[in-house]
Ligand binder design. Structure first.
Ligand code: SOE
Length: 391
């Protein structure tokens, strides 16, 4: 088995850049069985792809993803494009014998996600693996929360409370980028950030969502057309032309879990003042945990077994060597950042490709998220489930 893993990254905007940085950096902090190297960058525009390849120090760029996924000198295809292209690229790459890492959400529909998962299962039989980039699982604080649940520290899980709050669309003049186009993105806040909450809630609690009751809402129904293809929406990127917003701006739903827990979820990009507040709180019969990505190096933990005069949420600084991932980094107390989650993701993927434990989430896990997304959209569309207040 070659020591190097040659990676083609498809897409070079926010996620593409985060992934390329991670592929390049992981082996400097983690003892990996093989060394990843990004040898090819794929983009829609040849000039922009070449400029990105130069800036990111990638030897080659192309606009032809179809050739890229079949080349003999590529081992892994890393899909960092909008959701409308995930299925076509992943199915072609798996059929060509390439391992695939695909950004979240897996697809824009359950049907596409099912087709991808079937292709991944067929490829798995030939030793080809698939992963989905729910990168927040690689936050040490969230991984520690899951460890606490698995160790029984929380007892019986009763409440799962997830909020993912951003505010980059609260300005009505923020431009119409692909994340606001249902054909491109599949949904708005629900699939873009609510998907993270659904995956994290199921992963940390160890329970699956079996039913939901939902509301979706769009505050701003038309926006200036974007002058740039990507971007999280600075008003400066806007043109004078306007176009329709075809996705939800905010999602709110309740959920029942198959292990008896009750869930409350919220996802929005209009929570003015909340920049990237990806929050999860879990209350059990013995204890609780509370995580907020805006304080990503911390986890709050309440142990109901503390003696009564000492009870209260304690703030764990999740930077000690005994915590997930952090032993590979800096001395205790120095902390990590958003980009490091993708480095952890690469380390887990390369470990799996080197014969280590198969890392999760795989496509089947991501299909479970897609099914919940679909249930939320179905519930929100059914007005019979909405009871107006009688006055
Ligand atoms: C935009 O909402 C976004 O970039 C998401 O697409 C990412 O998945 C999240 O990690 C940060 O915010």
């Amino acid at each position: 088995m070659s020591t190097s893993v040659r990676v083609a990254v498809i897409g070079h905007a926010f996620m593409g850049k985060a992934h390329i940085h991670a592929w390049r950096t992981a082996s400097r902090f983690f003892d990996l069985p093989r060394t990843p190297e990004v040898t090819l960058l794929v983009g829609r525009d040849s000039g922009r792809a070449a400029a990105a390849a130069q800036q990111l120090n990638v030897a080659e760029s192309t606009t032809d993803w179809r050739t890229a996924v079949t080349r003999d000198d590529i081992d892994v295809v890393d899909i960092c494009t909008p959701g409308d292209s995930h299925r076509e690229i992943a199915v072609a790459a798996l059929a060509a014998g390439k391992h695939v890492l695909c950004e979240k959400p897996l697809a824009n529909s359950v049907e596409e996600a099912e087709e991808m998962t079937a292709a991944a299962a067929a490829a798995d039989a030939k030793g080809i693996t698939s992963f989905c980039g729910f990168s927040y699982r690689r936050t040490p604080g969230l991984a520690l929360a899951r460890r606490f649940v698995e160790e029984g520290r929380l007892g019986e899980i009763r409440h799962v409370r997830a909020q993912y709050l951003q505010d980059w669309l609260s300005d009505a003049n923020a431009p119409l980028t692909w994340r606001l186009d249902k054909d491109k993105a599949g949904s708005g806040s629900l699939g873009d950030i609510g998907a993270h909450s659904i995956d994290a809630a199921q992963w940390v609690s160890g329970q699956r969502i079996e039913g939901v009751s939902a509301l979706l809402h769009t505050f701003v129904t038309s926006r200036p057309v974007a002058g740039v293809a990507e971007g999280l929406g600075g008003a400066g990127d806007a043109t004078s032309e306007k176009g329709p917003v075809t996705v939800d701006d905010a999602a709110a739903f309740t959920a029942r879990f198959d292990g008896g827990a009750v869930g409350v979820f919220e996802a929005t990009r209009f929570a003015l003042g909340r920049r990237n507040a990806n929050r999860l709180e879990i209350n059990g019969s013995l204890g609780s945990v509370a995580f907020d990505f805006e304080r990503m190096n911390e986890l709050e933990y309440f142990d109901g077994r503390d003696d009564q005069q000492a009870q209260g949420f304690r703030r764990i600084h999740v930077t000690d060597s005994v915590h997930p991932y952090t032993g590979n980094w800096w001395p205790v107390g120095h902390g990590l950042g958003y980009g490091d989650l993708f480095i952890h993701q690469v380390a887990d993927v390369i470990d799996a490709l080197g014969g280590g434990p198969q890392t999760r989430p795989n496509f089947a896990d991501a299909l479970e998220v897609q099914r919940v997304l679909h249930a939320v959209e179905t519930s929100a569309e059914d007005s019979s489930r909405y009871t107006p207040v009688a006055r």
